[in-house]
Design a protein around this ligand. Structure first.
Ligand code: ZN
Length: 210
């Protein structure tokens, strides 16, 4: 991690299923990125009160509790880039794939062009010389990506410490979920772990018995 870059992570606990949205903030440049997008009013308030410029949104997977703020956030910040896996992109436009259809609140993204599909190993510049890397970690859902930059690891629902990975949805795969879990534990060495639900683990491997 480049010591010159000051990075702050702010966690927002959303109203739907208490999913987490994270803001990755660099106050040197006053820019920020989102990991997942839940309660848009909380997200927009946080960004605007601090005078930050939102550069992009990284989606861990397209289950609706991780994406339902996108339409409102896009209309507040037109043109921002959304990063997601190819299968996740399909889920943005399908209330069946994103599961909102089964929760009495059908949600789909309005037609939107600034979506960049990410594959295993793709990297995106965040700020300075810091890049974020995408890892395909399917199992919970086929669309799952885990993101890593510096010593920060964002796992979505592919791995939540202390909980069994939920792999009972139509696009889940139990064997993939276990492989992804092992992979994430390997990736988490010396990292803070930022899951899709629940608390942050600043020093994951020394805090949690694996
Ligand atoms: Zn999920």
């Amino acid at each position: 991690m480049d010591k010159v870059e000051k990075v702050e992570i702010v966690r927002i606990v959303n109203s739907v299923f208490q999913s987490n949205t994270y803001l990755i903030i660099n106050s040197n440049y006053r820019i920020c990125f989102l990991i997942d997008c839940g309660d848009s009013s909380l997200i927009i308030d946080t960004i605007n009160k601090r005078g930050l410029f939102l550069k992009g949104v990284f989606i861990t997977h397209s289950h609706f509790d991780h994406i339902y703020g996108l339409n409102a956030v896009i209309s507040e910040y037109p043109g921002i880039l959304i990063y997601i896996s190819a299968f996740g992109k399909e889920g943005l436009y399908s209330d069946k794939l994103n599961l909102s259809r089964y929760n009495l609140c059908p949600y789909v993204l309005q037609r939107y062009d600034n979506i960049k599909e990410l594959n295993e190993g793709d990297t995106i510049d965040l700020f300075g010389n810091i890049k974020i890397e995408a890892y395909e970690t399917p199992g919970h859902d086929k669309s799952c990506l885990t993101y890593k930059f510096g010593n920060y690891l964002f796992t979505g629902d592919a791995f939540i410490p202390g909980l069994k990975v939920v792999a009972t949805f139509p696009n889940s795969n139990k064997m993939d979920a276990e492989l992804s879990r092992q992979r994430i534990i390997f990736l988490s060495k010396k990292c803070g772990l930022y899951p899709g639900h629940g608390e942050i683990y600043e020093n994951f491997q020394s805090e949690v018995y694996l």
